[in-house]
Design a protein around this ligand. Structure first.
Ligand code: UDP
Ligand code: GLC
Ligand code: MN
Length: 347
């Protein structure tokens, strides 16, 4: 068991939150395998400390970005070029077999039986079931495979600009000749499938083993009320037909992850308070909306932030990231920075 591991990836502090929820869910169901997280230099020091508490190994790797804006635009996910960083998982040759899981997944039971499967085992993608979804897959680390994947990426590229397009072209026999490598869908149940095939969810959803919050909007983009243990959404959102998994993610975040973040001074009060403030300030800073000073003051009173140094990005790029829910609460988007911006507006 020592030479097998669950592996995830987080290239920034926002995805670290997902990785922490995934890691704590694997621990909750008593996995006997090691937990490994791949991170890139953009992850802050304080988040690294928290990751070290939960994961057996925190491996820093370089960012691999396809830079393929044309293909990424087809998916309307310009941020997913960095998912090629996932390929580094093949370098973990200290393990004989691994299961990769996206940072936006969470296990609902013990899934150690996945290690009985061979490379490359994965579940069908809900959007194109002749492709596998690369949010959960079984693989065998190997430098040779890693080099061949990189060469393939250089020569042929990826049809979606991310790792999933590349991996499906590379492991192309999965679709038709390797049915034994098809994982049951319950090992990668994506939230979109719940509303796109509700009767199937009603019939089989109780068997779900892994939930995958696939898509642009992630659990950390919602607002959660710890008192009612419910997420809220102001806009029309089909995911809310069955918010159980979202509520479970948030319950896990508030009960298992938030105490770790608080212990390490990453947040000194609730994330909910921080998000409420940030959303409000966003309205003020970018939309020049109605100024609700009392709400700002109240939100400010609830929190304090530990800002680590971050590489600076353009204001436009920052706005884009914010809108995708990738808020750099501890860096560029810290309250101090936003307050400076507000001051210039008010002047
Ligand atoms: N990821 C990351 N940083 C990013 C984007 C993605 O670390 O900026 C990693 C993370 O592990 C994430 C995975 O790549 O779960 C795939 O991206 P995502 O889950 O957002 O894609 P989706 O499953 O929604 O297509
Ligand atoms: C997907 C997968 C994700 C992958 C992305 C880019 O939909 O869920 O894991 O990183 O596409 O290829
Ligand atoms: Mn994902």
């Amino acid at each position: 068991m020592e030479d097998q591991a669950f592996v995830t990836l987080a290239t920034n502090d926002t995805y670290v939150k997902g990785a922490l929820v995934l890691g704590s869910s694997l621990r909750r169901y008593h996995t006997t395998r090691k937990l490994v997280v791949l991170i890139t230099p953009q992850v802050s020091e304080s988040m690294k400390k928290v990751l070290n508490k939960l994961f057996d190994e925190v491996e820093q790797v370089d960012v691999l970005d396809s830079g393929d804006s044309a293909h990424l635009a087809l998916m309307e996910r310009p941020e997913l070029g960095v998912t090629l960083t996932k390929l580094h998982c093949w370098v973990l040759t200290q393990y004989s077999k691994c299961v990769f899981m996206d940072a936006d997944t969470m296990v609902l039971s013990n899934v150690d039986e996945l290690f009985e499967r061979e490379e490359l085992s994965a579940a069908p993608d809900p959007g194109w079931p002749d492709c596998f979804n690369s949010g959960v897959f079984v693989f065998k680390p190997s430098i040779d495979t890693y080099n061949r994947l990189l060469q393939f990426a250089t020569e042929k590229g990826s049809f979606d600009g991310g790792d999933q397009g590349l991996l499906n072209s590379f492991f192309s026999r999965w679709a038709t000749t390797e049915i034994n490598k098809h994982l049951p869908f319950v090992y990668n149940l994506s939230s979109v499938s719940i509303y796109s095939y509700l009767p199937a969810f009603k019939a089989f959803g109780a068997n779900a083993k892994v939930v995958h919050f696939l898509g642009k909007v992630k659990p950390w983009n919602y607002t959660y009320d710890p008192k009612t243990k419910c997420v809220t959404s102001e806009v029309h959102d089909p995911t809310m037909i069955h918010p159980e998994f979202l509520n479970m993610w948030w319950d896990s975040y508030t009960t298992s992850v938030l105490p770790l973040l608080t212990e390490h001074g990453v947040v000194k009060d609730t994330f909910t308070g921080l998000k409420a403030l940030s959303d409000l300030v966003y309205t003020l800073a970018f939309s020049c909306g109605f100024c609700r000073e009392e709400a700002v003051a109240e939100a400010v009173a609830q929190l304090s932030i530990d800002p680590p140094p971050q590489p600076s990005i353009s204001s436009e790029e920052r706005k884009e990231r914010w809108e995708q829910g990738q808020v750099d609460y501890m860096g560029e988007d810290s309250f101090d920075n936003i307050q400076k911006k507000l001051d210039t507006y008010l002047k």
